[in-house]
Design a protein around this ligand. Sequence first.
Ligand code: ASP
Length: 282
Amino acid sequence: MAPKIIIHGGFFSESLTSDEVKKAKQDALTRIVKSAFQFLETHSALETVVYATEQLEDCDLFNAGTGSQIQSDGKIRMSASIMDGVSLKFSGVINIEGVKNPVRVAEKLLQTQDSVLGGDGATLFARKQGFNYYSTETPQRRKEYESKLKAATTGTVGCVALDKEGRIAVATSTGGKGFEIPGRISDSATVAGNYANANCGVSCTGVGEDIVSGAIAAKIVTRVTDGLSLQQACERTFAELKPFDGFAGAIAISKNGSIVHIDSHPAMVFASFDGNRLEVFE
Ligand code: ASP
């Protein structure tokens, strides 16, 4: 099986950002997708989605890990999840605070019975596992927060990988919508935003409430499992967002190696690579 990988960096808002930022995001995604592909050649899909998502979290251009958006009370709360298409184990952290890489905490939770933790429980678990306090706030996010500039729904990150053995895994990480009421739950650590099985894996971005209403990732995976092609499954699921004008994007890979990216509104930020063909959003 030829390995495949696709990553996303949320949405790009032409009206709120410049050509330089767009170019910087294209360059960052190209660098990360190539380095993650190289990693995938000698590691599992599961190890690779964590590796790629960690790099995306560390890049302050994106709204996950360093560079996460600030909530209405001035604090940053992040969410991340992982799903292993082989073991069908889903793990995640919801509204965790003060850790550098939420996806690494989610990775630890793959080993535990209580595999999705929220709020203080997630943060305490991380500390007990040796994740030291780290501030993911950047001057740019503070400036946006202070000027009450809504940088709406830009920059969640995600990765879907298919490895040589045909195994699929997915990871998604976010700083949320920005300016949300503390306690709001993002889709990124739910099966609507991040889901995989042996047939398919999907990571979403966009307005979490719309992604949950559309149950997007779980629906696409189910439809592929029930026999639709990946393209058909994505199109049907996104058609169901139309009645409520759902704002979402998704990246997906199926077990036969099909890669799809789809969005209900322009323009999702993504990059895919299979060793030969590199596709980067324009
Ligand atoms: N889906 C994320 C959320 O609603 C935001 C995003 O994808 O940009 O928390």
